[in-house]
Structures are given as structure tokens and as C-alpha cells.
Design a protein around this ligand. Structure first.
Ligand code: NAP
Ligand code: G4F
Length: 350
């Protein structure tokens, strides 16, 4: 039987790495769009990569950017995917207030570029391609919890506004051209691979470094915001399941449990027997011009139609991230201590 081929934008990100792993395990040939950068940006997928000359290689990377429609068309031609997962984004909400135009270009117009490229490529090739669009619970913004597929969007940041536009484009291409485009509305999902400036990873990384004497203080913003936090490894399975359905649709993916940033902080510090009061300070620099106070997902539709439910709960997620960051901190400590010993030895020879 012919191998299925998937193309992933944002393959170097948190979700892209878990999704690649998942699809490779399922027997897919996986193609990924990688941005050119002055230093390597593939750390999260390096373990999956094999030289393309290896006949066993099933992961292929292509330079591309959601800002560059011509390049996307070329990648589509080369990869000839059955499924496209559009995960690429400037995904940091706070940064979107500093770079609103860029965020809109990648998060909203980037989707339009991809859908247009796909529409043409399907017409020319006669093949059908299924598309996953990475929507976000941020689109709900100020809407009262719990939020579900029918909840009205009330976006509170340039990022969220752009995701609402992207959601609209995806729905429009479904209705106008009959394209199979599924909108995932995913609530926050984290992991040891989470970017270091999102609040969960910022906390687990800092706590581990504090424990090993590598830093003393942690500065955070709003501690009262509540999020429905799940594990990224679970959530990518829901993305795939959406593209295996007979019809494209919209799905909320969430745990149905929310915690405050303060609770995440307390759970993390408790794992390491540390007291947040001794180390954590609030710095208004991290407040947002408009905050999203409470995200809590009602994921009944995904449970029923996709038969998806999360396997990792809040406490297990915190523990997983703390364990990983503690190991990283240990490595950092070891290097630092070895450096000190070398410096002392060198002094001894002065
Ligand atoms: P992430 O770790 O920030 O990864 C974003 C990915 O997008 C990276 O591979 C990044 O490449 C790539 N990218 C950035 N700008 C691009 C551009 N101009 N063209 C092509 N690719 C570009 O995000 P994530 O947490 O994996 O999230 C994946 C997707 O789900 C995003 O669309 C995000 O907005 C959405 N989402 C995430 C969550 C969550 O809680 N994680 C929840 C809901 C929705 P570099 O590695 O080169 O930077
Ligand atoms: O971890 P965050 O930056 O994630 P946020 O804003 O919820 O966005 C993430 O989840 C969305 C899904 O709902 C995704 F679409 C999006 O791409 C991204 O993955 O912030 C979580 C909360 C916020 O209320 C923020 O104000 O934590 C609060 N917070 C408090 N101190 C902080 C900090 N956030 C960050 N990043 N850094 C702080 O120091």
C-alpha cells in the first residue's frame, strides 16, 4: 500500500516535533517546512532526522516560509502531500503586541497563501489534500468559560485576532471550494519541548535552576490568569484524528480542567521543595495590554467524534517538565563546576 505523505509547517516547533514523531510511527512519509536561520533551529526534530540519501529516510525538510507564497507552492509540488498540518506561526501572544503586523502576516495571511497554493495544486494535480489549521483557544479571549465550538470569539491580542481570521479563511475555503480543512481549537498544551518564554516552561526551567543554585529569582507577570493546560504529545493525536473524519469540522481540544499561573507555580516549586515566596517577583513588564483571564475548554465533541481524551493530567505534566528541566540544570551545573575547577587549576600553575 502507498505510504501516506504529510507536510507540516512549523515542524521545528513544539507541536511539529511531536506530530512528526506520531506520524512517522504511523508509517507516514513526513515533509516539513523549515525557516532559514543563521544558526540551526532543528533541535526538536534532530533525533528523527536521517540523511535523505538513506533509503530508510522518511523525514524530509524543505526551506520555506509562510511569508513566501511562491516557495510554499514549490514545497507542495515537491512533497505532494495527502495531508497538510499548518502549525507554523509567530505563536507568542505577548510578542504579538510588539509585532502585530508581522504576526498578522504569518498567522492570518500565511494561511491564505497556503490555502491558495493548495487550491491551485489540487486543481492541477487532481489530487485531494486534507488540511489541519492550528486554531487556538486564544480566539475565545474574553468569552466566559467553559468555551466550546459554538462560543463566540472575542480575541484580545493581535495574535488572537489573526487566528480568528485564519479560522475564517479555513471555513471559507471549506464552504466555497469544498476543500477538506479542519479547524482545531486547541487549548494550551505544554511539554518539556515548550518554548522557554511561555509561562509553564519559564517556571519549570527557573525552578530547576534555582534548585541547583544557577539563578536566584524569577520575574513573572499576571499570576491570576487561568489556563486549561494539557500535554502536547496528546494533542497532536487529536490533530491527526480530525483529518481521518469523513467530513471536515471544527473541534475544541482541551482537558476540561483549569489552573491559575499561581497554581502552576506552586505545583512546580512543591516538586522541588522550594518556596515561591522566596524567589518569585511580579514584574509589570510581563503584563499584557489586554489579558485573557480564563480559558477552560469543553471538549465533549472531540471526545465523542474523535474518541480523543487526554492521557496526561496537570500534576503529571508539571512533574514531566520539572524532571526534564532538572536534568538540563544538572548538566549546566556540571559544566559550570568543571569550568571552575579548570580555572582554579590554571591559577595554581601561575
Ligand atoms: P511554536 O513552538 O512556537 O512553533 C512555531 C513553529 O512555527 C516553529 O516551527 C517556527 O519556526 C514556525 N514558524 C514561525 N514563523 C514562521 C514562518 N514565518 N513561516 C513558517 N514557519 C514559521 O508553537 P507550537 O506551540 O508548536 O504551536 C503550533 C501551532 O499551534 C501554532 O500555530 C500555534 O499558534 C498553535 N497553537 C498552539 C497552542 C499551544 O498551547 N502550544 C495552542 C493553540 C494553538 P522556528 O522554529 O524557525 O521559529
Ligand atoms: O504561557 P503563555 O505565554 O501562553 P498564552 O498567552 O496562553 O498563549 C499560548 O496558548 C495559546 C492557547 O490558548 C496559544 F494559542 C499560544 O500560541 C500560546 O501557545 O501565558 C499564559 C498566561 C497568560 O495569562 C500570561 O499573562 O500566563 C501569564 N503570564 C504570567 N507571567 C506569563 C508570565 N506569560 C508569559 N509568557 N511570561 C510570564 O512571565
Amino acid at each position: 500500500m502507498k505510504r501516506k505523505r504529510a507536510l507540516i509547517t512549523g515542524i521545528t516547533g513544539q507541536d511539529g516535533s511531536y506530530l512528526s514523531e506520531f506520524l512517522l510511527t504511523k508509517g507516514y512519509e513526513v515533509h516539513g517546512v523549515v525557516r532559514r536561520s543563521s544558526s540551526f533551529n532543528t533541535a526538536r526534530i534532530d533525533a528523527l532526522y536521517r540523511d535523505p540519501h538513506d533509503p530508510e529516510a522518511r523525514l524530509f525538510l524543505h526551506y520555506g516560509d509562510l511569508a513566501d507564497g511562491t516557495g510554499l507552492r514549490r514545497v507542495l509540488e515537491l512533497a505532494a502531500p495527502d495531508e497538510v498540518y499548518n502549525l507554523g506561526a509567530q505563536s507568542h501572544v505577548r510578542v504579538s503586541f510588539d509585532q502585530p503586523e508581522y504576526t498578522a502576516d504569518i498567522v492570518a495571511t500565511g494561511v491564505l497563501r497556503l490555502l491558495e497554493a493548495l487550491r491551485d495544486s489540487m486543481r492541477v494535480s487532481g489530487r485531494t489534500v486534507r488540511v489541519y489549521q492550528a486554531g487556538s483557544s486564544e480566539m475565545f479571549g474574553a468569552a466566559a468559560p467553559p468555551q466550546h465550538e459554538g462560543t463566540r470569539f472575542h480575541p484580545r491580542s493581535p495574535y488572537a485576532v489573526a487566528k480568528v481570521a485564519a479560522h475564517g479563511y479555513a471555513t471559507n475555503y471549506r464552504e466555497a471550494y469544498g476543500m477538506f480543512v479542519a479547524n482545531g481549537i486547541l487549548f494550551n498544551h505544554e511539554s518539556p519541548r515548550r518554548g522557554e518564554t511561555f509561562v509553564t516552561r519559564k517556571i519549570t526551567r527557573a525552578a530547576a535552576r534555582i534548585k541547583l543554585g544557577l539563578q536566584r529569582r524569577l520575574f513573572l507577570g499576571n499570576l491570576e490568569a487561568r489556563r486549561d493546560w494539557g500535554f502536547a504529545g496528546d494533542y497532536v493525536e487529536a490533530m491527526w484524528a480530525m483529518l481521518q473524519q469523513p467530513e471536515p469540522d471544527d473541534y475544541v481540544v482541551a482537558t476540561g480542567v483549569s489552573h491559575s499561573v499561581r497554581e502552576f507555580l506552586a505545583a512546580t516549586f512543591a516538586c522541588l521543595d522550594l518556596d515561591p515566596a522566596e524567589h518569585v517577583e511580579v514584574d509589570p513588564k510581563y503584563f499584557r495590554p489586554a489579558e485573557v483571564d480564563h480559558l477552560l475548554g469543553d471538549g465533549r465533541k472531540a471526545r465523542e467524534k474523535l474518541e480523543w481524551s487526554p492521557k496526561v493530567d496537570f500534576q503529571a505534566l508539571v512533574q514531566m517538565m520539572v524532571s526534564y528541566d532538572l536534568e538540563l540544570a544538572r548538566q549546566e551545573r556540571t559544566l559550570l563546576d568543571a569550568g571552575h575547577r579548570l580555572a582554579e587549576a590554571a591559577h595554581g600553575h601561575d
